[in-house]
Design a protein around this ligand. Structure first.
Ligand code: FES
Length: 109
């Protein structure tokens, strides 16, 4: 099963297995990774699943955020960067085995 490394704001790294077809937000929630809330359940209406894609993985996750994602990210609590994505919009594939995502300090006030 492909693995994702979640790098929390304090530098702690959590490596978890995320099934193919599942999204990166659920991978965090189901494994108790701090730093992702996913309040809307993946409906792209909350931005509490904000993460920063590690530079080495930007192209492989489909590039930067889509227009719709960017609009939603405008309501993200943490600073939005070119590497920002909504983790609920990243679906795991075997090709994403080893994906590294960095998490903001907080998802809400
Ligand atoms: S979980 Fe709400 S936008 Fe991703």
């Amino acid at each position: 099963m492909p693995k994702v490394t979640y790098v929390e704001h304090n530098g702690d790294r959590r490596v978890v297995e995320v099934p193919v077809g599942e999204n990166v937000m659920h991978g965090a929630l189901y494994n108790g990774v701090e730093g992702i809330s996913g309040e809307c359940g993946g409906g792209m209406s909350c931005a509490t699943c904000h993460c920063y894609i590690d530079e080495a993985w930007t192209a492989r996750v489909g590039g930067p955020a889509s227009q719709l994602e960017r609009e939603m990210l405008e309501s993200a609590y943490a600073k939005v960067k070119p590497s920002s994505r909504l983790s609920c919009q990243i679906e795991m594939t075997e090709a994403l085995d080893g994906l590294v995502v960095h998490l903001p300090e907080r998802q809400s006030a």
